[in-house]
Design a binder for this molecule. Structure first.
Ligand code: MEV
Length: 336
């Protein structure tokens, strides 16, 4: 049996704009998806996932890959989750075939556990795909360097998200730490100091494909929306300069996060619950706060080195869970 785990992430800056070639800075956080893979004697693929949480439901299924289980959760999300797993298995078989493994089409039992809520802006799908490709390709007898793993995980996201995914989530989950992604140029940012993240989760999920398509339409219809996307790029560039300095200036980074949230709101991807959590965090002393990921619902991230934001979020109507999130510096791990 082979085990791999990979972290989720928050966006310090730059989601959505990264889809149009602007830079983004996602940061891996110490919340993981764990995947175990074991060869079977036949050629079937069985998936058991019993801890993918969505809006108070636990998505659990045991069945053949490719089957959509009947569950009391939005089918689009369940289908997407199955699509990611099918895609990861196909990539692992491809890796095994290229490496000359003896039986790249062997049947597999795949077990998935995740501490990352689905569709909530914390990179759950990227973490599952990265861990699944890594564990499945090793179980099939092939070993993949990290850069190639990140690339193959990106191809899966790109396909499931109808060609609208950036490399941000998959690269960040593979490499860990704070990373900079612009188009195909992905790198880890060295020497980033402590970033005291607090995450607030409203218990819901946004539809990434729909939200990305909405921004695309706005951008095509209005020059001011295109300018808004470009302005997010400017925020990211300024944020990067701050992160490269000797100190980590939390106040200035927070100010940029606030600005970034305002521009994402203007692009129509925030939600009442996200705005409420952002304001609660700011009013309780966070340096700054913004939504993270595609938006529409899900999570906000605040920069807060006091106990204020975390406590305030606990009492914010609409906030289902609030937690401190450490920066994960490992990325994908061979083991739990
Ligand atoms: C979703 O986690 C982030 C988006 O920028 C889409 C992407 O980068 O693939 C909205």
């Amino acid at each position: 049996m082979t085990v791999a785990s990979a972290p989720g992430k928050v966006y310090l800056f730059g989601e959505h704009a990264v889809v149009y070639g602007e830079p983004a800075v996602p940061c891996a956080i110490e919340r993981r998806a764990r995947v175990t893979v074991e060869r079977r004697d036949d050629d079937r693929v069985r998936v058991d996932a019993d801890a993918l949480t969505l809006s108070g439901f636990t998505v659990a299924w045991g069945g053949d890959a490719g089957e959509t289980p009947e569950l009391d959760v939005p089918t689009t999300l369940v289908e997407a989750a199955m699509g990611y797993i099918d895609g990861a298995v196909a990539q692992a078989r491809d890796v095994a075939r290229e490496a000359g493994a003896t039986d790249p089409d062997a049947g597999l039992n795949i077990g998935i556990e995740s501490e990352i809520p689905l569709g909530a802006g914390l990179g759950s799908s990227a973490a599952v795909v990265v861990a699944a490709i890594d564990a499945a390709s090793r179980e099939l007898g092939a070993d993949l360097p990290r850069e190639a793993l990140a690339d193959r995980a990106y191809r899966v996201e790109h396909e499931v998200q109808d060609g609208q995914a950036s490399r941000a989530d998959t690269f960040c989950s593979t490499m860990g730490g704070a990373v900079r992604v612009q188009g195909d140029d992905c790198r880890r940012l060295a020497g980033v100091g402590n970033l005291p993240f607090v995450v607030g989760y409203d218990g819901s999920a946004g539809d990434t494909g729909e939200l990305v398509a909405g921004v695309r339409a706005l951008r095509e219809d209005h020059d001011f929306a295109a300018d808004t996307v470009a302005a997010i790029g400017d925020i990211v560039r300024e944020g990067e300069t701050l992160l490269r300095g000797q100190e980590t200036p939390l106040g200035e980074l927070g100010e940029l996060m606030d600005f970034n949230h305002g521009l994402l709101s203007a692009l129509g991807v925030s939600a009442r619950s996200l705005d409420a959590m952002v304001w609660a965090a700011r009013e309780s002393g966070a340096h700054g706060a913004k939504l993270t990921g595609a938006g529409g619902g899900g999570c906000i991230v605040a920069l807060d080195d006091s106990a204020g934001a975390r406590t305030a979020l606990d009492y914010t109507p609409g906030c289902e869970e609030a937690f401190r999130a450490e920066l994960d510096t490992d990325g994908v791990r061979r083991g739990p």
